[in-house]
Design a protein around this ligand. Structure first.
Ligand SMILES: *Cc1c(COP(=O)(O)O)cnc(C)c1O
Length: 483
């Protein structure tokens, strides 16, 4: 071996010898401060892991600074402790252009809903306790009256999510029996919710009627037999059959069901509690007309257009909801006090419909005027362009936002944002340059989620109500792109 290698080996040896023992490191004042803050066992575990890492790195390459200097070691340990304690569930900027994005947590909760949770669950609460009588209460009663008032239903109950609501409804009505459903409505929702499999799980046999594009009243009539227990209508939330089509409306189906002594359930999916067209948005089916048409049960999600927490809302007749509530699965699928508190507060917002586009973030984002979004894009573009230069250039673009979570992807809302393109000569390929930028945006202290389309990275600003949240990230973006 010749000189340089030998000296490197020497410096490694020295660095390894120089690395403190756990006991010695714990005596360093920076480390002692961490012990005061977090306690001995957590800091010691982090310290052991850090020392093992440094030993391995020193053994294979240039000794890192932390291995040579106790103050640097204490700083590295402090960062390691902070990283270990940082939540995995983090707030992100949803600039994807999809307002109710399932992967980004669906509906953004309203402030009153969050305050209600803090107030009611920081201590004990009357979750199942009747304050009038001092006896055991029913958790459903916290929201049942509100849901009945808002939808016109006789009764209501709530469960973990809409998938659970559908499962429970089918189990309660049709376990060991048949459910009749149109072939045009056998939906699959993201994340493995497929109507045929839900039926199977609920112990019901699915009887498909009609064809993909056309189903008629007599198709249902013919399928009804001794084993039939339920007719089911499913809102085709994320797709549409167009052209030569026919389907049977709820009023007709209710007449057929009731004439045979059967129940009719309707799975709305998103389900809006207010008529969205009065706010200038595409119409979405509401539970109110479904109940008025004679559905015995209507189910929908709490965290889609309703704008609340994850929940499955079940509204319907006293008899139908009673049957559902008494089923043993109800106990397994029940809603916890946190979403219940949020749901109650969110539903209360609906008592003041004129204020809804201000108070309910989901609706506020959906109705946000194009002019305001465009203005925001124009203000941000030069600052953003400066942060990504010289490797990328940014400009204002017109975009189309989607409502998301099962509202038609074809119905979009005019929006605006930033388009970022790689500048020729700074990177090997457009694809990899965009991927790198998307990765850097995701790595920011508050991750920024955009979308790549046609050789550009697009940031739809509809959901960025506070520009300063993005502006605050620009120094970190600039610094990371310069690395
Ligand atoms: C979204 C959706 C569901 C599932 O609801 P979750 O609240 O996500 O469980 C079921 N049916 C339809 C039609 C839907 O759109």
């Amino acid at each position: 071996m010749d000189g340089p290698d030998e000296s490197l080996i020497d410096s490694r040896e020295l660095a390894l010898r120089r690395l403190p023992s756990v006991d010695r490191a714990l005596r360093h004042e920076g480390v002692a401060r961490l012990v005061d803050e977090h306690g001995r066992s957590f800091v010691t575990a982090q310290l052991r892991a850090l020392l093992a890492e440094l030993r391995a790195r020193t053994g294979t390459g240039e000794p890192p600074a932390e291995a040579l200097d106790d103050a640097a070691l204490a700083r590295a340990l402090s960062e390691r402790c902070a990283r270990r304690l940082a939540p995995k569930l983090r707030s992100v900027l949803n600039l994807s252009g999809v307002v109710i994005h399932t992967n980004l947590g669906r509906a953004v909760l309203a402030q009153p809903a969050l305050q209600q949770v803090l107030r009611s669950v920081s201590g004990a609460c009357n979750l199942e306790y009747d304050l009038d009588t001092g006896r055991r209460g029913e958790r459903d009663s916290l929201v049942e009256g509100l849901l009945a008032e808002l939808t016109g239903a006789e009764a209501a109950t709530v469960v973990n999510n809409n998938a659970a609501a559908v499962l429970l409804t089918i189990a309660a009505f049709a376990r060991g029996h048949e459910v009749v459903v149109s072939r045009g409505e056998l939906v699959e929702i993201g994340g493995a919710f497929r109507m045929p499999e839900i039926m199977e799980c609920a112990g019901a046999r699915m009887v498909e009627v009609g064809t993909t594009n056309r189903t008629h009243p007599h198709d249902y009539e013919r399928a009804i037999g001794r084993r039939t227990a339920l007719l089911m209508k499913v809102h085709t939330s994320n797709y549409r059959v167009q052209g030569f089509t026919a389907s049977v409306d709820e009023a007709t189906l209710a007449r057929i069901a009731h004439a045979h002594g059967l129940a009719l359930a309707s799975d709305l999916g998103s389900g809006a509690l207010v008529d969205l067209s009065t706010y200038g948005l595409p119409r979405e089916p509401q539970p109110q007309p479904m109940l008025a048409a004679g559905c015995d049960v209507v189910t929908f999600s709490g965290d889609k257009l309703l704008g609340g927490p994850q929940a499955g809302l079940i509204v319907g007749t006293q008899a139908a909801v009673g049957k559902i509530r008494r089923h043993p699965l109800k106990r397994a699928l029940r809603l916890s006090k946190l979403p219940l508190a949020m749901l109650e507060a969110t539903l209360k917002l609906y008592l003041r419909p004129e204020r809804l586009p201000i108070d309910l973030p989901t609706l506020r984002l959906l109705v946000r005027p194009l002019a305001a979004i465009r203005e925001s894009a124009q203000a941000l573009a030069p600052r953003f362009a400066e942060a990504v230069a010289p490797r990328y250039q940014a400009s204002v673009v017109e975009l189309a936002s989607q409502i998301g979570s099962g509202s038609l992807p074809t119905e979009t809302l005019p929006s605006a944002g930033l388009a970022i393109e790689p500048v020729r000569g700074f990177s090997s390929g457009i694809g990899s340059a965009l991927e790198e930028l998307a990765g850097v945006l995701r790595s920011l202290p508050t991750p920024v989620i955009g979308r790549v389309s046609q050789d550009r990275l697009l940031l739809d600003l509809r959901c960025l109500e506070d520009e300063s949240a993005l502006v605050a990230l620009l120094p970190a973006l600039r610094e990371r792109l310069a690395r």
